[in-house]
Design a binder for this molecule. Structure first.
Ligand SMILES: Nc1ncnc2c1ncn2[C@@H]1O[C@H](COP(=O)(O)OP(=O)(O)O)[C@@H](O)[C@H]1O
Ligand SMILES: O=P(O)(O)OC[C@H]1O[C@](O)(COP(=O)(O)O)[C@@H](O)[C@@H]1O
Length: 325
């Protein structure tokens, strides 16, 4: 079972333009779509589509349309009532695939709701192969909450994966190795944020990304899936003998429609490969195939396994380029 936590869920509104976005101009919108999203929610949605059991833990009222839509989609939920509305995130998708995301801070979360979310996770963790802590933290959550949760949930016997950004990511890295999750999934901007390296260089050069990701393995993380946008992803993994392997995978040919949900889909692809006991290169190929399939779908649409082509992904081993961190 894959257990997910989305502490800051979002209604994802996507505005698709039939022309390039020009700041200050008036645009006629081609289509608008609205989907229930947020990182853990998207991973649970991918799990359901792939026939993998999953439970999504999140703060939201049981009668919120957000929760009703997820339940109708077949996603098993533990929704902790908040009395507040789910935030709205807006994406502007341009015809060339350029995706501009405007993510809201979210509604203030109380200590009581945080405690209930923790209790739900602890209740379910022993039955979870993986527990995924994902996305931003809403106002009111302690910035080091993921670090604290990682330590508590590891003690329950689940593997822990974290995908976050900004201050919660920095707090998690600062808390290493004490509360190290088993897996982290930074993108190039996130790798840059805690290494001080240049994001564009990390995205363009898999060896540099592998070198940056290596800092996390040196501090107790077992696996790093560093996604590099259109340049695929790098996987670093500590083997049973303690040695670290590193691989890069290039995406299959992709016509990009909206990259929202691509990172979440790639993390799910890795977890699916792990649950199927595939070797590391094949887990990486599945991750990149899932991410690229999502990038080719509108809005936050999460791919069905039929849409995912790991057979078209090219993987190779990479050497580390040690950067400063
Ligand atoms: N332009 C693109 N072309 C093909 N695949 C893409 C593109 N952008 C993203 N992807 C796929 O989605 C995955 C995650 O993308 P990335 O932008 O790194 O993640 P995040 O959404 O977390 O920022 C990539 O590893 C790749 O497989
Ligand atoms: O919690 P954050 O960092 O604001 O991110 C939430 C947003 O990210 C998403 O989970 C998509 O993430 P990815 O594009 O990284 O896969 C959206 O569904 C949601 O709007």
């Amino acid at each position: 079972m894959i257990l997910t936590l989305t502490p800051n869920p979002s209604v994802d509104e996507t505005i698709a333009l039939s022309e390039h976005l020009e700041r200050g101009a008036v645009h006629r919108v081609a289509t608008t779509t609205s989907q229930s999203g947020g990182k853990g929610v998207n991973i649970s949605r991918a799990s359901v589509a792939a026939g993998e059991p999953s439970v999504a833990v999140l703060p939201a009222d049981a009668d919120d349309p957000f929760v009703l839509e997820l339940a109708a989609s077949g996603i098993e939920l533990r929704a902790v009532p908040t009395g507040g509305a789910v935030r709205v995130n807006v994406t502007i998708a341009e015809p060339d695939g350029t995706t501009t995301k405007l993510n809201s801070p979210g509604t203030e979360i109380s200590a009581a709701v945080l405690d209930r979310l923790t209790a739900e996770l602890e209740d379910l963790a022993a039955g979870a192969d993986w527990t995924v802590l994902a996305g931003s933290l809403p106002p009111g959550a302690p910035v080091d909450w993921y670090a604290a949760l990682s330590a508590r949930l590891r003690a329950r016997g689940t593997r822990v994966a974290v995908d976050t950004s900004d201050a919660p990511l920095k707090a998690l890295v600062a808390a290493l190795p004490g509360s190290a999750p088993h897996l982290m999934k930074p993108n190039a901007d996130e790798l840059a944020s805690f290494t001080g390296l240049d994001a564009a260089t990390l995205e363009a050069e898999p060896e540099a990304a592998a070198g940056a990701a290596r800092h996390l393995l040196d501090r107790g993380v077992d696996t790093v899936l560093a996604t590099l946008g259109g340049n695929g992803a790098v996987l670093l993994e500590r083997g049973p003998d303690g040695t670290v392997g590193a691989w890069h995978a290039s995406p299959p040919p992709t016509t990009v429609v909206s990259t929202v949900g691509a990172g979440d889909s790639s993390l799910f692809g890795y977890l699916l490969g792990h649950r199927r006991s595939l070797p590391p290169q094949e887990r990486l190929a599945l991750a990149v195939a899932y991410g690229s399939a999502a990038a080719g779908l509108p809005g936050t649409t999460i791919p069905h396994p039929d849409q995912v082509r790991p057979d078209l992904v090219i993987t190779r081993t990479v050497q580390f380029t040690r950067g400063d961190a």
